[in-house]
Design a protein around this ligand. Structure first.
Ligand SMILES: Cc1cc2nc3c(=O)[nH]c(=O)nc-3n(C[C@H](O)[C@H](O)[C@H](O)COP(=O)(O)O)c2cc1C
Length: 215
């Protein structure tokens, strides 16, 4: 919302969103799932391309997902088949932790870049830049979804540790396009404290002054 002085915006319920890593078994209704995805599709996208696609994983399918994820993590533990090279072993415990959370979440939504290609395919500079814009659009959709879930009292966790099993999950999910993220949704009975943010002023570089200040 633009404030009356025309120079700044008010931050609202956005700050109440948290990454949720503990879910109770309560299901998320179809109505809520559709509402969350609808919020995603109202995100801006370059040329209104709407590159996003959504795959909803529920029930026993979650076990198959976690199986594929664990297989990929295992592969990355053995140097021979790892898609992540040296220096990435330190992220494996976090990937295992993420697998446990996904195992517990009542619903997981995969967000795919329908226009994208797997990492195996070499890209030209133009393709790389086009892909960047699509990922920007899709990230906006994901954030919309997490905020819509928050507004509905539903917790969310945006995960990219699924990349430890990119090939295994792609094979299992059997869908075209590039895998961008998996978002877990569900209810929690725990209070999650906000994680600290870097000081605002340390992130901003001002150039010029606000027109109002000059008057
Ligand atoms: C692109 C992206 C990938 C993430 N991947 C994971 C993940 O795989 N596992 C996880 O537990 N959290 C993941 N997170 C959540 C971040 O850890 C979290 O957003 C951050 O620590 C700030 O906490 P907050 O979301 O509660 O404000 C991811 C977040 C983003 C935006």
């Amino acid at each position: 919302m633009i404030k009356e002085d025309g120079c700044s915006m008010k931050i609202s319920e956005i700050v109440t969103r948290r990454s949720i890593r503990h879910f109770i078994s309560k299901e998320v209704s179809d109505e809520n799932i559709k509402g969350i995805i609808e919020a995603g599709m109202w995100a801006p996208s370059e040329h209104n391309e709407q590159p996003w696609r959504f795959i909803v994983i529920r029930g026993d399918e979650r076990k198959n997902l976690v199986r594929a994820l664990k297989k990929g993590i295992q592969k990355n533990r053995s140097e021979k088949d790892a898609i992540f090279g040296d220096g990435y072993e330190k992220y494996i415990p976090a990937a295992i932790y993420t697998a446990r959370i996904l195992e517990q979440a009542p619903v997981i939504i995969f967000v795919m870049n329908g226009k994208g290609q797997d990492y195996h395919k070499p890209r030209s500079v133009a393709e790389y830049l086009m892909e960047l814009t699509d990922i920007e659009s899709i990230s906006a959709a994901i954030q919309n979804m997490c905020l819509e879930a928050t507004a509905r009292g539903i917790g969310s966790l945006w995960t990219c540790n699924i990349f430890f099993a990119y090939d295994e999950i792609k094979e299992w999910i059997h869908s075209d396009g590039e895998m961008v993220a998996a978002i877990a949704f569900g209810y929690t009975d725990r209070e999650v404290k906000p994680l600290p943010r870097k000081p605002l002023e340390s992130l901003i570089e001002y150039r010029g002054t606000c027109i109002k200040e000059k008057e």
